[in-house]
Design a protein around this ligand. Structure first.
Ligand SMILES: NC(=O)C1=CN([C@@H]2O[C@H](COP(=O)(O)OP(=O)(O)OC[C@H]3O[C@@H](n4cnc5c(N)ncnc54)[C@H](O)[C@@H]3O)[C@@H](O)[C@H]2O)C=CC1
Ligand SMILES: O=C(CO)COP(=O)(O)O
Length: 338
């Protein structure tokens, strides 16, 4: 039976960490956010805002914050990891001695680690000792700013241990946020990581002036390549038709709020990687790193991911987006599902 979770700690006070903390507080939970910067913790505590990440959003007064991880984690029944994927290992390693042993660990991060090629829940399991599949993974069409404004959305909570997923489902259900459970951790996590790369490609296409047919083509063929990788790694193909696959692809690939899409748009307009990074103002566009790790993961399993490969070539080999676009269209002709 699922345990009731009342006291939740969210580690990371960026866009999604803060918005998800608001969801939990709106669902009646006692939530403490850990912010890397003391001034952000003070702003959340004192003004009930986090204006740098979520302008115009009032946070519930029951949501509190600190920049001291030990104070944040004291007594937590669930711990939500809300830092960028490539920084998760270093952050979590610094927190390991502080994690309450029975706390349910929840991951918001969407990425595949460079070097190890591990999914985020695998990194968390390795460091925390929680068995593989025991971390609850949150994914779906969840643009932080929309959710922080109380706009309706659904999400998936994936965990091999159904009771843990249900505990987090109960702790995060509100009138505007509807989480579903799922046991396909591999599929849900890969969907979230891969769609960031496809969103980069859609942004790039928009930046080059292309329209809806091009977007729809990239979304659909992006879905095909992420499902190909996922099924090879043991995911349920149906997951990719759900919120963590198609749902998140549609949201991220079509919204101007997506940082990955916006990043790609700048590259498509001719910005360099450094210029696009400066414009992102320190916020993460996970696809820029994940295109390389996912490409390597796919290649090690003999899976073809041409759009992901193209994004790696633009971001890390300096190839012109127009050239990779032409190359994608000029690939060997084949059956849609081969
Ligand atoms: N923003 C969104 O709409 C959504 C984001 N996500 C995922 O959630 C994860 C967290 O994303 P956001 O909260 O949006 O990120 P963000 O860039 O807005 O905030 C990141 C937070 O982590 C902290 N941090 C700790 N160590 C860091 C480091 N080494 N480098 C950079 N920041 C560090 C930052 O201070 C900040 O509080 C990402 O994996 C992202 O893909 C998932 C769904 C929605
Ligand atoms: O994951 C997201 C929406 O589900 C957020 O996408 P971005 O990181 O591109 O803003």
């Amino acid at each position: 039976m699922a345990v009731a979770v009342q006291r939740v700690t969210v580690l990371g006070a960026g866009s999604w960490g803060t918005a998800f903390a608001k969801v939990l507080a709106d669902a009646g939970r006692d939530v403490t956010v850990w912010a890397r910067r003391a001034e952000i913790a003070a702003e959340i505590r004192g003004e009930h805002t986090n204006a740098g990440y979520l302008p115009g959003v009032d946070l519930p007064p029951r949501l509190t914050a600190t920049s001291d991880p030990a104070a944040a984690l004291d007594g937590a029944e669930a711990v939500v990891l809300a830092v960028p994927s490539q920084s998760l290992r270093a952050n979590l390693t610094s927190w390991t001695g502080l994690l309450p042993p029975s706390a349910i660990l929840v991951s918001l991060a969407k990425g595949v680690e460079l070097g190890t090629l591990k999914r985020m829940s695998e990194v968390i399991s390795e460091i925390s000792g929680v068995p593989d599949g025991g971390v609850v993974v949150v994914s779906g069409p969840n643009l932080a700013k929309e959710i922080a404004h109380g706009q309706p959305a659904a999400a998936v909570l994936a965990c091999a241990d159904h009771d843990r997923a249900v505990a987090v489902q109960q702790a995060s259900s509100t009138s505007y946020f509807r989480p579903y459970t799922n046991t396909d951790v591999v599929g849900v996590e890969l969907g979230g990581a891969c769609k960031n790369v496809i969103a980069l490609s859609c942004g790039m296409a928009a930046g080059m002036g292309f329209g809806t047919n091009t977007m729809a083509t990239l979304i659909t063929r992006g879905l095909a390549e992420m499902a190909r990788l996922g099924t090879k790694l043991g995911a349920d193909p149906l997951t990719f038709a759900g919120l963590a696959g198609l749902g998140d692809l549609v949201a991220t690939c079509s919204s101007p709020l997506s940082r990955n899409r916006s990043f790609g748009e700048r590259l498509g307009r001719g910005d360099t990687l450094e210029e696009a990074q400066r414009a992102a103002g320190g916020q993460v566009a996970e696809g820029v790193m994940s295109c390389s790790s996912i490409r390597e993961l796919a290649s090690s399993f003999g899976v073809d991911m041409p759009i992901t490969d193209a994004m790696h070539r633009v971001c890390h080999e300096g190839i012109d987006p127009r050239r990779v676009g032409a190359e994608l269209l000029g690939r060997e002709q084949k059956h849609e599902w081969s």
